[in-house]
Unconditional design. Structure first.
Length: 301
């Protein structure tokens, strides 16, 4: 069966174009959501054509805000649309500034060998458990204004959000945790059976995750903790992450991941992971070199 690549993007057209070009393979179908506020990118994407892969735009488009329920709603739109066009061997959730770091031959060979595994990640430990309970047990207001920094409205929304949180905390108010929630990466690669389970849970999660900060951190890990899937979660080899994404949080700024640069070329090529995030169009020479080297990879290299 084919693989479905589920992408949501809002900027960086040159990187998105490289990503689509790398995925343009007869073994793939691509599903793309463009943020409704990104009108120029939307017009470009509507005119884009792939030669070999199937290509589907998700419409109507949503306005997507970091940390907000809109992220979850778009992800479910992607899951549902792809699933109904499937079945697929795997579904891969990506952003528009991610790139594969393996050739499609190497990529498909690996997933053929590991068919049935679920590539999801759990964030465990006391700090993550505390964060899970804090986010899921109390309401968070104005989540679609979390990144309005530097504006007058940001201060007003932040003040009302913090005051409402303190009222809940002082009043010992807690939302019911009605299941065994888990926290982890929203980015994942999963099977057709897992996607079917996600879609069955859509109404529950869209309702339960409203006014939860960073709600997308809880959907895939919670479903993966189901007894049907927990024993199928991939155990990474040395140097790999469970989700096969090369992401450098240590060098990131403002809480985001590090943006890969030319000095990282050999590191990315030698990585045992299969995707990397994130990239910037400010260094297209580096990206062109990376893509050329990746295209030369063979299965038995």
């Amino acid at each position: 069966m084919k693989h479905a690549f589920l992408i949501f993007a809002h900027n960086e057209q040159p990187i998105l174009e490289v990503l689509l070009g790398m995925l343009d393979d007869a073994r793939n179908d691509v599903y793309l959501h463009i943020d409704a506020r990104s009108e120029q990118l939307m017009q470009w994407a509507k005119c884009y054509r792939m030669k070999h892969a199937g290509f589907y735009m998700i419409e109507p488009a949503h306005k997507v805000y970091w940390g907000d329920i809109s992220q979850v709603e778009v992800e479910f739109d992607l899951y549902r649309t792809a699933y109904h066009n499937g079945p697929y061997a795997y579904y891969h959730l990506l952003s528009g500034v991610d790139l594969p770091i393996k050739s499609m031959d190497v990529f498909h060979d690996f997933f053929n060998q590991h068919q049935g595994s679920e590539f999801v990640e759990f964030w465990d430990g006391a700090a993550h458990e505390c964060d899970l309970r804090r986010k899921l047990s109390r309401y968070c207001l104005h989540t679609h204004h979390m990144r309005d920094k530097g504006t007058k409205s940001h201060h007003l929304h932040a003040f009302s959000r913090n005051m409402f949180y303190m009222v809940q905390k002082t009043g010992l108010f807690r939302r019911k945790l009605d299941r065994n929630f888990r926290k982890g990466a929203a980015w994942a690669s999963f099977t057709n059976d897992f996607c079917a389970e996600l879609i069955k849970e859509e109404a529950y999660f869209v309702k339960r995750m409203r006014r939860v900060l960073c709600a997308d951190e809880f959907v895939i890990p919670t479903v993966a903790s189901n007894e049907r899937f927990i024993n199928k979660v991939y155990k990474p080899k040395q140097g790999q992450t469970p989700i096969l994404r090369e992401i450098d949080w240590k060098r990131g700024v403002n809480g985001g991941p590090h943006t890969w640069v030319a000095e990282d070329l050999e590191h990315l090529l030698q990585s045992p992971n299969f995707f990397a995030r994130k990239f910037s169009s400010k260094d297209m020479g580096f990206i062109e070199s990376l893509v050329l080297r990746i295209s030369q990879q063979t299965i038995h290299q």
